[in-house]
Design a protein around this ligand. Structure first.
Ligand SMILES: Nc1ncnc2c1ncn2[C@@H]1O[C@H](COP(=O)(O)OP(=O)(O)OP(=O)(O)O)[C@@H](O)[C@H]1O
Ligand SMILES: [Mg+2]
Length: 220
């Protein structure tokens, strides 16, 4: 479903990704691990069309994203890719429900449909009674779950998560990790997760080891 072929990326003279090939199937939960500076975030940003490779191709659900013009690419990204970052990046002046609604509104959904979808998602995440809370009124774990809800609303092909539990305590970490697998089981949702958390990596279907810009090993 996601095909990366011959991905190379440099920043100035620093070659960060050196010929990466990677295929991810629908419904897989894949983790990417490796030391700091190995190129994990760079790879995820390229997979998520937020950054461009110098060479190689990124094919998502049959679409070669390098062939899309800027406007088509943002529409494609909005529809097909959900993002979860280490720090929730929710908009502080909007409620949990509104934060989840935003990608649906951007996709052209009516406010009433977006609201209904957001409330269904909040319910599924066990956050129904937090719908009208703003981020400052949510716990760290709740904020990350809202961020997952925002990633889910357009029913994306894949959710890309960069250190999603990096700022959470043990209990909230485990809860968030469990949520990923629940969503996979329930919705067949695909996840690619960059993590330093060994416990999370061990739970995933496949662990991709990135070292010095190359895939140094794969464990399933
Ligand atoms: N925009 C940029 N300009 C210049 N260098 C960059 C840029 N983004 C990343 N780099 C460099 O590329 C290398 C890989 O960075 P990347 O963020 O992908 O690493 P990472 O594996 O995600 O590390 P971490 O585990 O610390 O998040 C690093 O040496 C980094 O300094
Ligand atoms: Mg990183």
């Amino acid at each position: 479903m996601i095909e990366l072929k011959g991905i190379k990326k440099s920043f100035g003279t620093l070659q960060v990704l050196k010929d990466i090939d990677l295929n991810i199937e629908k419904g897989e939960v894949v983790s990417i691990v490796g030391p700091s500076g190995a190129g994990k975030t760079t790879l995820l940003q390229i997979m998520g069309t937020l950054d461009k490779a110098d060479s190689g191709s990124v094919i998502i659900k049959g679409t070669d994203v390098s062939k899309l013009a800027e406007k088509e690419l943002s529409a494609f990204r909005n529809k097909q890719i959900g993002f979860v970052f280490q720090f929730h990046q929710l908009l502080p002046e909007f409620t949990a429900m509104e934060n989840i609604m935003i990608p649906a509104l951007i996709a052209g959904e009516s406010a009433s449909i977006a609201k209904k979808k957001a409330l269904d998602i909040l319910d599924m995440l066990g956050l129904k009674d937090r719908a009208s809370h703003k981020p400052a009124e949510l716990s760290g774990g709740e904020k990350q779950r809202v961020a997952v809800g925002r990633a889910l609303i357009n029913n994306p092909s894949v959710i890309l998560a960069d250190e999603p539990s990096g700022s959470l305590d043990t209990v909230n970490k485990q809860e968030l990790h469990q949520l990923f697998f629940n969503l996979r089981n329930k919705l067949n949702q695909t996840f690619v997760i960059v993590t330093h958390d060994e416990n999370l990596a061990k739970l995933t279907d496949r662990i991709i080891h990135l070292l010095d810009g190359r895939i140094s090993g794969e464990l399933s």
